[in-house]
Design a protein around this ligand. Structure first.
Ligand code: TXA
Ligand code: MG
Length: 322
């Protein structure tokens, strides 16, 4: 079984040897390998049961390195990098062809990110290559936001989990691509939508809501627990006297008929950042608990636009059961 530890040198040693190591990021935990080593990257797909058509994000030590793997970088990409790197932003840019095709699933583009987690930055300084890393969960399942989440599901398939504590955001990075040099939002993520709109008021949204394999991470059904998740518009609609129904709520309101032991609360205070941090942990708690089904409700929209991402994830968690 995997060792959980905080030894950056040990993690670096294993990565240099071509091993796959779980690493913390400020968004969710990643399953990392040397992005320039084809054999090492192939292991990631195998461990995750990830289809080879689903490309990986390349994590770089700094902005200069990230742009070295791209060509024809549009000015808007520099603006976004300046504002959000290091941080929870992934940019999809035309590939220079240095990163092997297995990483971008044969696409002409490469997804690049400069993470901010201090332990991961230390690690990137100790290796002289970027790290390809998807979220460290079996394909289609909820992303891990703590080292123990990784251990529970992939602990028997990897040797080392670098423990950086609970993730600061708890939601995956925001993914932005470009069309005719204009930014296109491909995945809602940890960056609140309002911040993107402030920078690019005319940014296009191309969030996938189908099962289009060209943008696989956006499969309608994704980020899903194993047990049944039901999307309900409001408490009225959710009316249910079954003691095996759990409810994922936000703030002080809850369905009148629900026993308190069946309530999972994203944030008692109604804080959206706290809700984001708790989301995946609570979905896992539901899966491990005694209930048969989870009813989820849309969070009311907030000024920052974080509800936007959280509701997107709740809808996808429910999608396989609708
Ligand atoms: O926060 C995150 O982004 C985490 C941490 C570990 O960095 N990573 C993550 O990776 O969520 P993953 O593999 O679970 O999701 C990455 C998404 C996939 O849905 C993939 O389809 C998309 O990025 N992607 C990667 N390369 C792409 C490309 N060239 N064009 C379009 N989408 C791409
Ligand atoms: Mg993922």
């Amino acid at each position: 079984m995997a060792v959980i530890g905080t030894d950056v040198t040990e993690a670096a040693r294993r990565l240099k040897a071509g091993e796959v190591v779980a690493v913390p990021t400020e968004t969710v935990y990643g399953l990392a390998a040397n992005a320039l080593n084809r054999q090492a990257v192939l292991q990631i797909f195998k461990i995750k049961h990830r289809p080879s058509f689903d490309p990986l994000i390349v994590h770089c030590v700094n902005v200069e390195e990230a742009f070295r793997y791209a060509v024809r970088v549009p000015p808007a990409a520099f603006v976004l990098a300046e504002k959000f790197w290091p941080g929870p932003l992934t940019l999809v840019l035309p590939s220079r062809g240095v990163v092997p095709e297995v990483v971008n699933a044969g696409l002409p583009t490469v997804a690049l990110r400069v993470p901010a987690h201090p332990l991961l930055i230390q690690l990137l300084h100790q290796v002289d290559f970027p790290l390809a890393a998807p979220s460290a969960n079996p394909f289609g399942y909820v992303s891990p936001t703590q080292a123990s989440h990784v251990y529970e599901q992939l602990g028997d398939k990897i040797g080392y989990i670098l423990d950086g504590g609970p993730c600061q955001y708890g939601l995956e990075s925001t993914i932005i691509g470009f069309e005719k040099n204009k930014p296109v939002l491909l995945r809602l993520g940890a960056i609140p939508t309002a911040q993107l709109l402030q920078l690019f008021p005319d940014i296009t949204f191309k969030i996938q809501v189908s099962s289009n394999p060209l943008a696989p991470g956006q499969l309608t059904s994704h980020y899903a627990p194993r047990k049944k998740v039901l999307w309900c518009q409001d408490f009225e609609e959710s009316s249910d006297s079954d003691p095996l129904t759990a409810y994922l709520v936000f703030g002080s309101k809850r369905p009148a008929h629900a026993p308190s032991t069946n309530i999972l609360n994203l944030s008692e205070q109604g804080n959206y950042h706290e809700a984001a941090r708790n989301l995946y942990h609570l979905l896992r708690q539901f899966d491990a608990g005694p209930w048969h089904r989870l009813k989820v409700f849309p969070l009311p929209e907030d000024d920052e636009g974080l509800a936007h991402t959280i509701n997107d994830r709740l809808r996808r968690a429910a999608a396989s059961f609708s």
